[in-house]
Design a protein around this ligand. Structure first.
Ligand code: PMP
Ligand code: GLN
Length: 390
């Protein structure tokens, strides 16, 4: 029987410490290469870093406006226009948040009644389950299956019922690296319209696409006004510690999301908001080179993992590559990940933590490719020793 955590409310039982914190602590403790938590080991563009320094030196150190500084709201709006032809009024349709994490939590807290159902695809990013639980809502996961992470359309249709309030969709997708196709998104859109549902989209990896194209759901016909689009600067500018995120949606939806957001943090990261505005205004080249640089690393890591004997799933985007342990003669990703630092000096994340269907997730392990090429090469060499050392 699972032990009850003392003091903790019933709805948060079972959430414990995040797997990312646990695995990063394991990496520090053992000195292993950390391919667990998804953060880059190099800094973002120098002009973006300098803009943060300048903002601090220039006295931008008090509360920014509750909805975010105008420079950043305008930059978010211009970014949506430049890349996706989506038009959002920077004063009423953009909200700056403490990372995508707060945007997702605020959206769930503001939009769901207790007992409402949230349809999401599993595996799902860990904060979704916690955010849904905090809102007193119920998650209805739809399984992404196998190496291509496709879902069965009828299963999505069956997951939608009278209590469904919204669909929560993440593309490019952590942990699988799936980039939803236009056809899949059209299906999601058709269902949202037919059942009059909202959709919350998590697009934090929007600029990390290796194959295919990132299609924001809000660009599909009929979807702009029922979609809460969420993204953040952490991945796009290699500044995951800054936690500057944003929401784009109709004024009514933004106002709703802001209502809970303002009582979670009110505001955050004043000087970093100036810096992310600078980043969003960088030329197209920057955004292209980000994906190009990471594609090479994905390739090196995927090849290294295949050489080491893993069954490697193709990753079309994000920081991550998923592997199946079966060819290694192992079936338990949790035991594997806890023993990996000792066996070969590498840390990875057991994907089972992202699943409700534990049997499906158990043999899967996620590796992060957002590290310097020499670090990935060293990790690959270490992983290759698994074959000889057993
Ligand atoms: N969504 C996904 C899919 C993620 O991988 C992450 C991790 N960065 C987040 C949301 C959280 O983003 P942020 O750091 O901006 O809160
Ligand atoms: N998004 C990062 C990952 O998936 C982790 C962020 C966090 O630690 N909360 O690895």
């Amino acid at each position: 029987m699972v032990e009850r955590a003392p003091y903790l409310t019933t709805r948060l039982q079972g959430f414990g410490a995040t797997i990312f914190a646990e695995m990063s602590a394991l990496a520090v403790r053992t000195g292993a290469i950390n391919l667990g938590q998804g953060f880059p080991d190099t800094d973002g563009p120098p002009e973006v870093l300098q803009a943060a320094v300048d903002a601090i030196g220039g006295g931008r150190n008090q509360y920014p406006p509750g909805i975010g500084i105008p420079e950043l709201r305008h930059a978010v709006s211009a970014h949506q226009e430049r890349f996706y032809d989506l038009s959002y009024d920077p004063d009423s349709e953009v909200l700056i948040t403490a990372g995508a994490t707060e945007a997702i939590a605020s959206a769930l807290l503001s939009l769901c009644e207790v007992g409402d159902e949230v349809v999401c695809f599993e595996p799902y990013y860990d904060s979704y389950a916690a955010g849904i639980a905090m809102a007193g809502a119920v998650r209805r996961p739809v399984l992404l299956r196998g190496p291509d992470s496709s879902y069965v359309p009828e299963e999505l249709e069956a997951a939608i019922g009278p209590r469904t309030r919204l669909i929560l969709l993440n593309s490019p997708h952590n942990p699988t690296g799936k980039v939803y196709s236009r056809t899949e998104l059209e299906h999601v859109a058709e269902l949202a319209i037919r059942h009059d549902l909202l959709v919350v989209t998590d697009e934090v990896y929007e600029h990390i696409v290796y194959e295919g194209e990132h299609v924001p759901l809000a660009t599909l016909p009929g979807m702009r006004d029922r979609t809460v689009t969420i993204s953040s600067g952490g991945k796009t500018f290699s500044t995951t510690g800054w936690k500057i995120g944003w929401v784009c949606a109709t004024p009514e939806l933004v106002t709703a999301v802001r209502t809970s957001k303002q009582f979670l943090t009110y505001v955050s990261g004043g000087p970093f908001q100036y810096a992310i505005a600078e980043g969003l205004n960088l030329g197209d080249d920057y955004f292209r080179s980000l994906a190009d640089g990471l594609r090479e690393r994905r390739d090196r890591l995927s090849a290294g993992l295949a050489d080491a004997g893993f069954d490697v799933w193709n990753s079309a985007g994000t920081y991550f590559v998923t592997t199946h342990l079966a060819p290694m003669g192992e079936l338990d990703g949790v035991a594997f990940c806890w023993s990996l630092p000792e066996r070969c000096g590498v840390v990875a994340v057991p994907s089972v933590v992202f699943y409700d269907s534990k049997d499906v997730g158990r043999p899967l392990v996620r590796f992060a490719c957002c590290k310097r090429p020499e670090v990935i090469a060293e990790a690959a060499e270490r992983l290759a020793t698994l074959r000889s050392n057993g």
